[in-house]
Design a binder for this molecule. Structure first.
Ligand code: SAM
Length: 276
């Protein structure tokens, strides 16, 4: 293979590989190793600790699916919190919902925000909106300090290594339940079922012990290992499977549709087994 190639290793024997056109920036931040690269196939891409976080070409799948599934499930989301998400993609999608009056982003690493502004302008674009407050802080600590405040919480974190370890604990989900209003709903990205089955099973078990409604849904994300990605929802009142048709309003999307909202919860058997 000629030129410069990058591999995100998922195991000792499997990885996802792409050709790099240009390295735009590299830096060891206080929390993680940050790389911005220009790839031949996927446009500009953010890597943290050697893992793909987002790329310009396929980012819409992840960001739309994190945001719109819970935001269409909640009948009137006004106050929304994004934990992590420093590339701004989830916030951009949140702002498409006219009921949203305030969206707070809490990412632990200001450098992710800074370099996303420089190299991922089409993703980060919502952060300057008047409804958005950006805080550089630990999401775990922010949640611990919040009570009865948010309608929807979206956890767009790195994998459970380094600064995000605490964001996959039962204590964090209990904190989220406290930070949400009495009819609040949250979603967290929960990695892939091919290599992280134990993690998904554990998160489902923990969330079920705290939230009366717990669901798992999937999306296809080509630059993430195995391509099949899961999201766990915990909800106090509203069921994402019971959203009435009239609740869906027109927004501009490239992946999410009201039909897909329902279809995303139809799981392959080996994935469904992780929820039981
Ligand atoms: N979509 C990606 C994925 O699934 O791999 C993740 C996107 S990336 C923007 C995730 C962000 O989570 C990073 O910017 C990182 O700094 C942030 N993060 C990690 N641990 C955190 C913590 N404890 N509190 C707040 N943000 C955190």
């Amino acid at each position: 293979m000629g030129g410069l190639w990058f591999t995100e290793k998922q195991t000792e024997n499997f990885g996802i590989t792409m050709k790099i056109k240009k390295t735009l920036h590299t830096e060891q931040t206080d929390f993680q190793y940050l790389e911005m690269v220009e790839t031949e196939e996927w446009g500009n891409m953010l890597l943290l600790d050697g893992m793909v976080m987002t790329s310009v070409k396929d980012e819409f799948v992840y960001h739309e699916m994190v945001a719109h599934v819970p935001l269409f499930t909640h009948p009137h989301p006004e106050n929304v919190l994004v934990v992590g998400g420093g590339d701004g993609g989830v916030i951009r999608e949140v702002l498409k919902h006219p009921s949203v009056k305030k969206a707070t982003l809490v990412d632990i690493d200001g450098k992710v925000i800074e370099y996303s502004k420089k190299f991922l302008p089409e993703i980060v674009c919502g952060l300057d909106d008047d409804r958005v407050e950006v805080r550089v802080d630990d999401g775990f600590m922010h949640i611990a300090k919040s009570e009865n405040e948010y309608d929807v919480i979206l956890v767009d974190s790195t994998e459970p290594v380094g600064p995000a370890v605490n964001l996959f604990t039962k204590g964090f989900y209990a904190g989220i339940a406290k930070a949400l209003k009495e009819d609040g709903i949250f979603v967290a990205q929960t990695d892939n079922p091919w290599f992280k089955a134990d993690l998904i099973r554990e998160v489902q078990r923990d969330v079920k012990e705290i939230f009366p409604i717990t669901r798992l849904y999937v999306a296809n994300i080509p630059t993430y290992p195995s391509g099949l990605w899961t999201f766990t929802i915990g909800s106090k009142k509203y069921d994402p499977l019971q959203v009435r048709d009239e609740r869906f309003h027109e927004i501009e999307t490239k992946y999410y549709t009201k039909e897909l909202h329902k279809a995303a919860f139809v799981l392959p058997k080996f994935v469904k087994d992780l929820t039981e």
